[in-house]
Design a protein around this ligand. Structure first.
Ligand code: BTN
Length: 236
């Protein structure tokens, strides 16, 4: 069981930077940096993550004991964790579609409600999570939603507690049983159908086929061939 050490800040540049600096100074696994606002929030692929007051911004320090090549799989652990928190609060009546989009987005009725940014250094993994609670990004490049837009007014500290409770369970499962149960759980919550993957030389569209044992997305393309993706953005 993880012991949580929550450091709450009114404001910071990026909780991922704070967690990384703490890790480099020897902080233990279980450190949680939680900020009410970020001035330089980062998203995947070098994008900015708008971070006004009202949303949840946290970075959790983990020190996985497995080989480095396995660390990317914790991105699916983090996705399952946010899925649980969103499902619990936003879909309390069970009338919404909560789904996972490869690699680690949570969608509510097809709209993105959260983001995950994993950053690693020597012996540590900083798991950054951003959740749209009361605010949504301006001019998004994909459809977005928030807890408030879904008529849910859960307090930030309760949402964070739910996240930590779920992380404790899924992290220990991954450490004990490996990626297989994570993959099965992820697949049972995944958005299927046609996906578009952003690649450096243009987008590729295909039918969702599978998440393989390494965490790669497999799509069936229009010509019937199957293609595997290890990174990139998926759009609909
Ligand atoms: C994405 O692009 O979908 C990932 C966004 C991750 C944002 C979170 S907010 C907390 C942590 N600190 C950051 O600077 N980024 C992550």
């Amino acid at each position: 069981m993880l012991t949580w050490n929550i450091r709450k800040l009114d404001q910071t540049s990026s909780t991922n930077d704070d967690a990384k600096h703490a890790a480099e100074s020897g902080a233990e696994e279980g450190l949680v940096v939680w900020a009410l606002q970020q001035s330089a929030g980062r998203g995947r692929q070098g994008r900015q993550w708008q971070s006004p007051e009202g949303n949840l911004y946290c970075s959790i320090l983990l020190r996985p004991k497995v080989a480095l090549r396995e660390w990317g799989k914790y991105s699916f652990v983090a996705a399952l964790v946010l899925y649980e928190a969103v499902h619990f609060y936003v879909n309390a009546r069970g009338d919404k579609a909560v789904e996972l989009k490869w690699p680690n987005d949570v969608l509510v009725n097809g709209k993105k409600i959260s983001g995950i940014l994993l950053e690693s250094g020597k012996g540590y993994l900083a798991v950054g999570m951003g959740l749209n609670v009361r605010q949504m990004p301006e001019n998004p490049i994909y459809p977005v939603t928030s807890f408030a837009a879904e008529r849910c007014d859960a307090p930030l500290d309760q949402i964070l507690n739910k996240i930590l409770e779920a992380l404790d369970a899924w992290y220990s499962r991954m450490n004990k049983e490996g990626f297989a149960p994570i993959r099965t759980a992820w697949l049972s919550r995944a958005r299927r159908g046609v996906l578009r993957v952003r690649q450096p030389n243009g987008d590729i569209q295909g039918q969702f086929a599978d998440l393989d044992e390494e965490g790669n997305l497999r799509l069936i393309l229009a010509d019937g061939t199957e293609k595997s993706f290890s990174t990139g953005d998926v759009f609909f």
